[in-house]
Design a binder for this molecule. Structure first.
Ligand code: FAD
Ligand code: NAI
Length: 462
């Protein structure tokens, strides 16, 4: 029987980062992973493969739509889907092998197999029981199911199946206008699929700034998306090559059917705890199946911690990573901390959409007086030069103190631009602090500064 200071169950961004931090802090560490490769959902069937396909398909879009105007003439590239999937796989492989390398470098034992926790201090994998002073559960999440919809991962697919379809479908129906539906919908729309999104609510990307929602939906429509809003999906029927999706419009309860070659079910994800034996341990859970933790990521059972998608909060890789680092630091006797008020969210469509902190809705609800500084990318020279003038930066600041409370960006490089605001928020900066910082010209970042200027005496280029 081997014994460790910490055993982490799951090697996604939460688990592998926790393992590395534990090892760096001098703890004898092992990580159990049931998949054949490390990296969890994120590296194998999530963030990384989806971004590879988004990148490749965006290149095609640029060639088809913008090359000629820049004087780049010639035949547009055609799609070799098999090769695109091979490129995606090579991206996965280099990243998952990278984690293997980091485990070796940090002397972390990878225990291969599926773990159960028979009692606090013990982790069972196969027939072997390992001792652990501390256990971190980082088992992530899986796609949520939808009543009446049977997923076969060929015709009716989750994101996992959508990342490895046999061919590019002629008609793709996406259920749910959330992050997965719009990112993977974008991939296939660019590759030539007719994409129809069926969404229960009246706006896409729930919880996001309403102005961003409207602008984003308008841009996606321009890219060929069709939206059926306010529609509750009732179910699907499928043969080996075709499917039908039935939905009811909420406004009049009328029932409709739409044909598809492939249906992508992207209506959210749920925590994954199957097989861990948590019920026997008596671990406190939420009604939504998340493991309850205190502000040190410790569960209701002493010595057992949980992080990432399996606990409450946004299901994001960087949130899981931050919790992994913080939980490791707590176990090592340090003061691990995560600022949940400053966790950015990014949608990697074209253009990108990014947000951090409060929205106007949450500020109104809290009765907090705020001001808005907005700047359109139309006033940004660099954005216009690359056909990316559509979109804006919006900064929300406290009306009295000018302290930055949130930011919402739709436009070029939004996923990188947002971090300037995140750092400013971590330092408790005012909009004026951002506005007074010299920004290089010509950069997209100038639009962030202009939005900060707009919180005060006014933007210059508007
Ligand atoms: P996971 O990454 O889910 O890892 C959990 C691991 O635990 C898995 O490898 C699983 O095999 C293993 N495991 C489970 N049970 C056991 C057991 N009993 N024994 C051994 N091993 C076990 N987030 C972003 O921030 N940015 C993105 O761009 C992004 N894109 C995404 C795209 C898609 C298509 C999807 C599906 C998700 C995306 N996400 C993205 C979300 C992100 O992948 C998750 O938030 C993140 O992976 C959660 O990390 P985790 O460590 O909590 O769990
Ligand atoms: P989501 O929660 O983002 O969106 C689900 C959508 O489905 C919602 O708009 C909801 O109203 C709709 N819906 C629910 N039931 C429906 C029904 N019966 N009929 C029609 N519409 C219905 O979930 P999604 O896209 O599956 O993503 C899951 C998680 O993965 C998210 O929490 C996200 O954080 C994470 N993720 C993050 C990415 C990123 O950071 N770029 C990329 C992909 C996933």
């Amino acid at each position: 029987m081997s014994s460790y200071d910490v055993i982490i169950i799951g090697s996604g961004p939460g688990g592998y980062v926790a393992a590395i931090r534990c090892a760096q802090l001098g703890l004898k560490t092992a990580c159990v992973e049931g998949r054949d490769t490390l990296g969890g959902t994120c590296l194998n069937v999530g963030c990384i493969p989806s971004k590879a396909l988004l990148h490749a398909s965006h290149m095609l879009h640029e060639a088809e739509h913008n090359f000629a105007e820049m004087g780049l003439k010639g035949k547009s590239p055609s799609v070799d889907w098999k090769q695109m999937l091979a490129y995606k796989q090579s991206t996965i492989d280099t990243n998952t092998k990278g984690i293997e390398f980091l485990f070796k470098k940090n002397k972390i034992d990878w225990i291969k197999g599926w773990a159960t926790v028979p009692e606090a201090g013990k982790v069972k994998v196969g027939d072997e029981v390992h001792q652990a002073k501390n256990i971190i559960i980082a088992t992530g999440s899986e796609p949520a199911s939808l009543p009446g919809v049977d997923v076969d991962e060929k015709v009716v697919v989750t994101s996992t199946g959508a990342l490895e379809l046999g061919k590019v479908p002629k008609k793709l129906v996406v259920i749910g206008a959330g992050v997965i539906g719009l990112e993977l919908g974008s991939v296939y729309a660019r590759l030539g699929s007719e994409v129809t999104v069926v969404e229960f609510l009246d706006a896409i990307t729930p919880g996001m700034d309403p102005e961003v929602q409207k602008t984003f939906q308008r841009m996606l429509k321009k890219q060929g998306f069709t939206f059926i809003m306010g529609a509750a999906v009732q179910g699907t029927t499928a043969t080996k090559t075709k499917a039908k999706v039935t939905y009811k419009l909420r406004k009049d309860d009328s029932e409709h059917t739409i044909d598809a070659d492939v249906v992508l079910v992207s209506t959210g994800r749920k925590p994954f705890t199957d097989g861990l034996g948590l019920d026997k341990l008596g671990l406190e859970m939420t009604k939504r199946g998340q493991i309850v933790v205190n502000d040190h990521w410790e569960t209701s059972v002493k010595g057992i911690y949980a992080i990432g998608d399996v606990i409450e909060g946004p299901m994001l890789a960087h949130k899981a990573e931050d919790e992994g680092m913080a939980a490791a630091e707590v176990i090592a006797g340090q003061h691990g901390h995560v600022n949940y008020g400053v966790i950015p969210g990014v949608i990697y469509t074209h253009p990108e959409v990014a947000n951090v902190g409060e929205t106007e809705a949450t500020l109104k609800e809290a009765g907090r007086a705020y001001k808005v500084g907005k700047f359109s990318f139309m006033g940004n020279a660099r954005a216009k030069a690359v056909f990316a003038g559509d979109g804006f930066v919006k900064i929300l600041a406290d009306k009295e103190t000018d302290r930055i409370l949130g930011a919402h960006i739709i436009g070029p490089g939004a996923g990188d631009l947002i971090h300037e605001v995140c750092v400013a928020m971590e330092f408790g900066a005012s909009a004026q602090d951002l506005a007074m910082t010299c920004h290089a010209h010509p950069t997209y970042s100038e639009a962030v500064r202009e939005a900060a200027l707009a919180c005060g005496d006014g933007a210059i280029h508007m």
